[in-house]
Design a binder for this molecule. Structure first.
Ligand SMILES: Cc1cc2nc3c(=O)[nH]c(=O)nc-3n(C[C@H](O)[C@H](O)[C@H](O)COP(=O)(O)OP(=O)(O)OC[C@H]3O[C@@H](n4cnc5c(N)ncnc54)[C@H](O)[C@@H]3O)c2cc1C
Length: 401
């Protein structure tokens, strides 16, 4: 990549590196290095996002008149690569990457005026209320009741698998406002303040979660929750259009930077660990798996360059986002498994990250968190639409089958 960069782009890359050096501080680096998900704490994420915003780099995907930096495609790519190589997390996606484009396209002036600056400044933490028990892949079957109660709506039901809802100030929800016609035509998109009476967050404790409070997913219950009518986004019963538009932003992410960082770490582990007295890296089978992964990452990178190269700020990718999500997550899982195999029996101690925990770490530093990450990465082929669903979308929308 370096040889392809002109003088201005090299200067930009150095600016990004120096910003990351100074602002992605030691506390954040330690937290992400041990985290099974890349999640630090709410406090650290907000601190990090505010620093990005002060620099004008919080929302690379927004148009410039809304606060986006107006980067060229090459700058955006360099920024993503450098963030990934430093292990720095992107802003939590629910507000800036997912909801904001929907508000820009479908929101009222009042919704834009209130929510977009709050998202930019990380003053409001958003959660995504799409899935329900029984409605995941078949999202259009969702049932969360939203009844017209005169000057407000009334919500009853629940959302499930809601990531980090325990930290959220607001949640955007798909709700059922009509049952008479086609399922998609009775769905609306509403914004709910989590402090409204009747909203209850119940943690879901999964195999990789050490303690309550550090869970990744939750079930959120709504009992007679009053939602002001001005919190409806777009038209009543037309929420499916907003829902689909948002999903294209949810899936259209670059993966190659993070994959390259992961494979670099595996390479280092394989030079230290041994197999039958020889370094693991010299083991023909392991070397073959490593080379295979490297080739597939290069192919992913080329595909990302091609697809992102077509986009202007504020545009979404369209159904090709499914292609990136499918291959990107398959490769993530391939690498977390390779890392687990590389650390050998040090995979057994299970040291999930909990801020403030002082339990002794078993094994070398590089083995810390490897198993937790591997277990956690099983989720990536389920959330944001399972890989089977991505196959279906590509078959229909790209291949026209
Ligand atoms: C860690 C994590 C975080 C999440 N965070 C959020 C969140 O913040 N907000 C939110 O709203 N949701 C969230 N989700 C939910 C996620 O979007 C759903 O889990 C996902 O859409 C799958 O739905 P489901 O779990 O109901 O599985 P199901 O839809 O019941 O699928 C079960 C299996 O059947 C397969 N399948 C289903 N339909 C088809 C079909 N038509 N063709 C072929 N195969 C099919 C699936 O691929 C899967 O293997 C999260 C999920 C996870 C794991």
């Amino acid at each position: 990549m370096d040889s392809a960069l002109d003088k201005d782009l090299l200067a930009f890359r150095d600016e990004v590196r120096s910003f990351l050096d100074k602002n992605f501080d030691a506390e954040m680096r330690a937290a992400t290095a041990r985290s099974r998900t890349g999640f630090m704490t709410r406090e650290l994420h907000v601190r990090w996002q505010k620093r990005l915003n002060e620099k004008g780099w919080m929302v690379p995907n927004w148009p410039t008149d809304q606060g986006g930096p107006g980067w060229s495609h090459a700058q955006r790519y360099i920024f993503d690569q450098e963030m990934a190589l430093a292990g720095a997390p992107h802003p939590i996606a629910f507000g800036p990457r997912m909801l904001a484009p929907v508000l820009m396209k479908f929101g009222t002036e009042q919704q834009k005026r209130y929510h977009l600056p709050a998202i930019l400044n990380s003053d409001i933490w958003w959660a995504q209320g799409y899935s329900e028990p029984g409605s995941g892949s078949d999202l259009a079957s969702l049932q969360l009741r939203c009844d017209d109660a005169g000057d407000h709506f009334l919500l009853n039901g629940s959302k499930i698998w809601t990531s980090y809802a325990q930290f959220a100030d607001w949640i955007f929800c798909l709700v059922r406002t009509d049952r008479s016609g086609k399922r998609q035509d009775g769905i609306s998109f509403v914004l709910v303040d989590m402090k409204t009476p009747g909203v209850v967050v119940d943690p879901i404790i999964t195999v990789d979660v050490p303690e309550r409070g550090f869970q990744e997913v939750n079930q959120v219950f709504f009992t007679d929750v009053k939602v002001p009518k001005e919190n409806l986004v777009g038209e009543l019963n037309k929420g499916w259009t907003c829902a689909k538009y948002l999903l294209e932003f949810e899936r259209g992410n670059p993966y190659s930077g993070g994959l390259k960082r992961s494979i670099g770490k595996i390479r280092k582990i394989a030079k230290t660990e041994t197999n039958g007295g020889e370094p693991l890296i010299a083991d023909p089978d392991f070397a073959r798996r490593l080379a295979q992964a490297e080739m597939e990452i290069m192919a992913q990178e080329q595909t990302e360059l091609r697809l992102f190269g077509r986009l202007k700020a504020g545009q979404n990718m369209g159904p090709e986002s499914s292609l990136l999500k499918l291959r990107g997550t398959e490769l993530q899982q391939m690498l977390t498994q390779l890392a687990t195999d590389a650390v050998g029996y040090y995979m057994s101690p299970f040291n999930p990250y909990v801020p403030g925990r002082n339990a002794e770490i078993v094994g070398p530093d590089y083995a810390d968190g490897v198993t937790a990450k591997n277990l956690n990465s099983r989720k990536t082929s389920i959330y944001a639409g399972s890989n089977e669903i991505q196959h279906n979308i590509m078959a229909k929308a790209i291949l026209g089958l």
